[in-house]
Write a protein that binds this ligand. Structure first.
Ligand code: SF4
Length: 219
């Protein structure tokens, strides 16, 4: 009896690539969570409090309570409770916005900035990827994140993929294929932003157009 080539056996035994990619992302999520837990567990911080620190770190700017609640996909009272504990631990500070006494901005304190760092082991391994691998990995992840935002599974964030200034693949065949019309400059996949202070959310029609061009999908 003729035996199947070894490569066929390998491929059929590996399972669907989509499931393996989801499993790989879950494993990285576990590494992030366990690294963060090793840092914060002894401080007695809850997962919501840790996520609040992470949201402030990613945003690189003060956030209002409603923005934190949106980032974490939790209710305003839950976010408020987490922030109150972090204020008590002197990991974040609250300041009133000039000209609007009711709006409070929450920012990381110096102590909070140190505490909010990503697990060093995860950063070290990502740093081993080549620049091309990092860029292409970021583009793929941004595509999945944006798709999940569009279907309501994730809250929106101030990212290139939904920004009215984003011109995906405006410079085809270039190492910097994308264009930011805010600063009028070309940029590479590696420079795609997940949080940008200059971002301006495009209207729905423009978001759809950007999505089709960026994800190379029909709609
Ligand atoms: S303004 Fe910021 S979010 Fe918008 S395209 Fe430029 S870099 Fe990206």
């Amino acid at each position: 009896m003729e035996r199947a080539p070894r490569s066929d056996a390998l491929e059929s035994g590996a399972g669907p690539i989509i499931a393996r990619l989801a499993a790989a992302l879950a494993q990285i999520g576990t590494a992030l969570r366990s690294g963060v837990w090793r840092t914060h567990g002894p401080r007695g911080l809850s997962p919501t409090q840790v996520q609040t620190l992470a949201a402030l770190q990613v945003a690189e700017r003060p956030l209002q309570l409603t923005e934190i609640a949106r980032h974490l996909a939790v209710t305003a009272p839950t976010a408020s409770e987490a922030v109150a504990t972090l204020v008590g631990n002197r990991l974040v500070g609250k300041t009133k916005r000039a000209g609007d006494g009711r709006a409070v901005a929450i920012s990381l304190s110096a102590r909070g900035r140190i505490a909010a760092g990503w697990p060093p082991a995860v950063l070290r391994e990502i740093a081993f990827l080549s620049p091309t691998e990092r860029g292409s990995c970021l583009r793929s992840l941004v595509t999945v994140i944006r798709a999940l935002q569009r279907s309501g599974e994730l809250p929106a964030c101030r990212m290139c993929a939904s920004c009215q200034y984003f011109r995906p693949y405006a410079h085809p065949r270039s190492a910097r294929p994308h264009h930011c019309a805010f600063v009028e400059a070309a940029f590479a996949d590696a420079h795609l932003r997940l949080e940008c202070r200059d971002d301006a959310l495009a209207d729905q029609a423009r978001q759809d157009e950007i999505w089709c061009r960026f994800a190379r999908r029909a709609g």
